[in-house]
Write a protein that binds this ligand. Structure first.
Ligand code: BGC
Length: 731
């Protein structure tokens, strides 16, 4: 009996305490808590929720901003540049204890490819075609982030990029909408896990909505001219897939789309995102982007900019405080209503509740040794690096290295380089953690192979004084491993280049080393596809390692020695020359596909290496491709299958890419479109059967310029490896 009494008292005390404060009661449904809190808020408090300030050291050179000294206790969010959980908790304490309602702050930071355990740049990750690995890597990044006091990352970037002059190509998953959508969703799953309230979950942010990758001429921040058709078939799909996977937030892009900046784009933010797609999360602007509406020529001042962005559906103002300054005035002037403010505030509060910030506002402090660079995490970074590397050339099967090789010349500005292997957007990566190419080789070969190092030259400039020393080293070795590539600052934000070739000095170093008449293995570390037309003919093998993060050295060395088999395939096309841009596999058909019509006169029209290209040490034979029926009704499903046999002498991983083509449609479609992919691991002689279950409405349909999906009957072609299957869709 007394037990019931205690329970009764407890329930009543609990009720009494919280009857006034429903929003603090974790037993209540989130929507009830949000509404209760909203009801208690003043207009000023609401508006502060719509603002994001920065705090701390700003080491993004593009965002030189003033550190916020006096953070209002009621601020909605901070970009927390310090990542020190103790400082972060002190700021949070101010919000919880000094603000009237104790609303926690949402701490955001750009965790793009790992926090301290930096793994490969996204463009490289995409070459792994391994969503599970990407989910695992993002989960690991989320854990390091939460332990550093971060609740929200501005990632993944799912901008389709088909112009490698644009430095931000490094940050996304390449040129294909389907691949970007699948990997974007995999990344969201990693960051957010099964539930945002999991202590190691952070909120994801799909960015940059939308069309940023089309910046004119590859110049960052420039306008884009994108037809509605292109928008719907190419640029929007990865965002839609990311939203379906549960992404909590979206960031609007800097660019204008055919005249209307994304920041103030009513059609995109309200009509498409919030109404058509029913997105329940919130939209944050990009850095200072509201104010930038004045530079973009659509707002006469900051007040009008705030008005335009807010009424277009942009919920949170990153960094420029235009909402803080003007929303109240806009209400007073009857330009906007408090209900409109409420609907934006609700979206932000909802995320704070979902993240469990009201229950657990503070970060648990663990010591740094347990916070970062855990052994299994470094292993994961290495595995992802390995699967991201692409073997582009392997003449006379030079790789893996033959046991007769005893002396290797390791030459080039990237050979002992730690910093650049981290890539862009790795603000908390520490070069000290990075294993260089040279160190990886040392570890792999021990004293079995002698390594002879020479720098040769710097990444750029005219100083050729190291050429002779490099040639001497090359002459006394059996083979040359030449490590060329890019500085990490040559890609990422505000890092456009007029040519995607390497600086001339690096090409000249290669030409010079040819004099040694030794086989050359070229190792490339870069953040974009490169123009290799002048280099490629002079080397025997090429391994593209991208910017692999902290653990690329061993992964590469394992590939060179043959301990590991390369399995990456390109997520983006490598043109022969910069002048071929734009060039991507899923172009539309030409009107004259015969003869040499419409091609460049001075170079071949094909790319040097197409999307999906990548060699292995073993051979995979595709055979016995078939389809369950060669006629399918629109509401039926089809199953296609293919057998893959490892007919080579070593084990390896193969990514099987399934493409469809619709040769006749009322809107001319791309030559082929990736619709499904899967990766398998096979020992020599082993085989496996892979299947693609085709759902006509999902996999064969197309979209028109209003975003309406349609499926037409007629002939379709399915390509897998060298196999081709033809079938018909009937009414
Ligand atoms: C970039 C965003 C980034 C933001 C916050 C901007 O300059 O465009 O991608 O998330 O800064 O650092």
């Amino acid at each position: 009996m007394w037990r019931f009494l205690i329970l009764f008292c407890f329930v009543n005390i609990h009720k009494n305490i919280y009857s006034q404060l429903v929003y603090k009661d974790s037993m209540q449904p989130i929507e009830t808590r949000v509404q209760d809190l909203l009801k208690r808020m003043t207009l000023k408090e609401k508006i502060l929720q719509l603002n994001q300030y920065t705090f701390g050291e700003n080491d993004n050179p593009n965002n030189i901003g003033e550190e916020i000294k006096n953070i209002p206790a009621d601020i909605g969010s901070l970009i927390y540049l310090n990542i020190n959980p103790e400082i972060r908790n002190n700021i949070q304490r101010k919000a919880i204890e000094e603000s009237r309602l104790g609303i926690p702050i949402l701490f955001g930071f750009d965790v793009i490819h790992g926090l301290r355990t930096v793994y490969p740049i996204p463009l490289a990750q995409a070459c792994s075609f391994n969503p599970k690995l990407i989910t695992a890597a993002c989960r690991m990044a989320a854990k390091e982030a939460t332990l550093s006091g971060i609740n929200w990352t501005f990632s993944p970037m799912v901008d389709i990029a088909r112009d490698a002059r644009w430095g931000r190509i490094a940050e996304g998953y390449g040129e294909d909408p389907y691949l970007s959508g699948v990997l974007g969703a995999a990344s969201v799953k990693g960051y957010q896990s099964e539930s945002l309230s999991n202590p190691y979950s952070i909120a994801a942010c799909l960015k940059h909505f939308v069309g940023y990758g089309m910046s004119e001429g590859g110049r960052d921040y420039r306008p884009t001219d994108i037809s509605k058709q292109a928008l719907w078939e190419t640029y929007l799909p990865p965002f839609e897939m990311g939203i379906k996977s549960g992404a909590a937030t979206i960031m609007s892009s800097f660019n204008d789309i055919s005249g209307i900046p994304a920041t103030a784009n009513h059609y995109l933010l309200n009509d498409v995102l919030k109404n058509k797609w029913n997105f329940k999360g919130f939209v944050v602007s990009d850095w200072n982007a509201i104010e930038q509406l004045t530079y973009q020529g659509v707002a006469k001042d900051r007040k009008e900019a705030a008005y335009k962005a807010f009424t277009a559906g942009l919920d949170m103002d990153m960094r420029d405080n235009a909402y803080g300054e003007f929303l109240e005035e806009l209400i007073e002037g009857n330009k906007i209503s408090e209900e409109q403010i409420d609907s934006a505030v609700v979206r932000i509060l909802r995320l704070k509740f979902h993240l469990g910030l009201f229950e657990r506002p503070y970060t648990t402090i663990v010591n740094e040794a347990e916070r970062y660079l855990q052994k299994e995490d470094v292993k994961l970074a290495s595995l992802l690096a390995e699967e991201s590397m692409v073997l582009l050339k392997n003449q006379n099967k030079l790789l893996p290295l033959s046991p007769s090789v005893q002396n290797i010349a390791v030459i080039g500005p990237l050979a002992k380089n730690k910093t650049d292997l981290l890539g862009s957007w790795a603000f908390r990566g520490n070069p000290k953690d990075v294993e260089t190419i040279y160190e990886g080789l040392e570890k792999e070969f021990g004293n079995k192979i002698r390594l002879n190092y020479a720098l040769g030259c710097k990444k750029e400039g005219n100083d050729i004084s190291g050429f002779e020393e490099a040639l001497k080293v090359a002459k006394t070795s059996d083979l040359i491993i030449l490590c060329l590539g890019e500085d990490k600052s040559w890609s990422g934000e505000n890092a456009s280049r007029s040519t995607i070739a390497l600086p001339r000095i690096q090409e000249e170093l290669l030409t010079h080393l040819k004099k040694a008449e030794k086989p050359i293995v070229l190792i490339l570390s870069n953040g974009r596809p490169l123009e290799l037309a002048r280099i490629e003919p002079h080397v025997d093998a090429i391994v593209e390692i991208w910017q692999p993060g902290i653990a690329g050295g061993s992964a590469l060395a394992g590939i060179l020695s043959g301990r590991l088999s390369p399995s990456g395939k390109l997520s983006v096309t490598f043109p022969r020359t910069t002048g071929q841009i734009p060039i991507y596999y899923n172009m539309r058909q030409t009107a004259r596909p015969y003869g040499n019509m419409g091609n460049y006169q001075d170079i071949q029209t094909t790319p040097l290496y197409p999307f999906g290209y990548g060699l292995s040490y073993t051979n995979f034979t595709y055979t016995n491709a078939r389809i369950s029926s060669n006629k399918v009704r629109k509401d039926e499903k089809l199953t296609a299958e293919v057998t893959i046999i490892n007919t080579g002498k070593s084990s390896g991983k193969e990514t099987v890419l399934w493409y469809i083509a619709d040769p006749v449609c009322s809107i001319s479609r791309p030559i082929k479109e990736l619709k499904h992919f899967e990766k398998c691991y096979l020992l020599p002689g082993e085989s496996c059967v892979l299947r693609f279950e085709i759902n006509p409405y999902k996999d064969l349909s197309y979209v028109n310029s209003s975003g309406v999906r349609f499926l037409e009957s007629g002939k379709f072609i399915l390509y897998v490896g060298t196999e081709k299957l033809i079938f018909e869709v009937v009414e």
